[in-house]
Design a binder for this molecule. Sequence first.
Ligand code: ADP
Length: 191
Amino acid sequence: MTTVVLMGPPGAGKGTHAELLAGRLGVPVISTGDIFRAQVAAGTELGRTAQRYLDSGEYVPDEVTNAMVRERLAADDTRPGFLLDGYPRTLDQAAVLDEILATQGRRLDAGVVLRVDPEALVQRLLRRAEIEHRSDDTEDVIRRRLQMYADQTVPLISLYGERGLLHEIDGNGDITEVRERVFEVACQLQR
Ligand code: ADP
């Protein structure tokens, strides 16, 4: 069983590399951003709640996100483990994750961080905006998301570092290069 969280700023390539990492570990990817976008597209109540936060680059309130993840982690497909992409993003969420796992008799095995230079991030996100037309890929919102990450999410890296769970990956360079580095970490996690 392998339980992993994947962290990194917006544009770091979490979505691009999550499937490879999870595939190697034989666990499902759980991306809170993807779940929120699917709920928005389906026009559910959760989607309506989430939409304004997504559009402005703010985090969806913890109680909403935590409840969603709690439910998702109760599903049978997470028994072999999971790769969480985009959760936890706040210290409160990290505490809730610990609590969810403790009640299930398991705990977190690893926190993987994709690190990318800030200038490269903005460029990547602006390029993605042209291709995917995500509502949150405008320059102002991108800056807000990067700020949210620096303020709210970076402290988690220290938390997992102190617990000895951290694996850092250099996310600079092209996708093939980064993929090789992700692959190496997957091998370490399998040991
Ligand atoms: P990115 O990492 O590129 O910003 P995501 O697809 O992971 O994109 O998330 C998009 C948006 O979904 C976030 O800006 C936020 O509004 C919301 N979101 C995703 N995960 C969380 C979370 N754990 N807590 C709060 N909001 C979240």
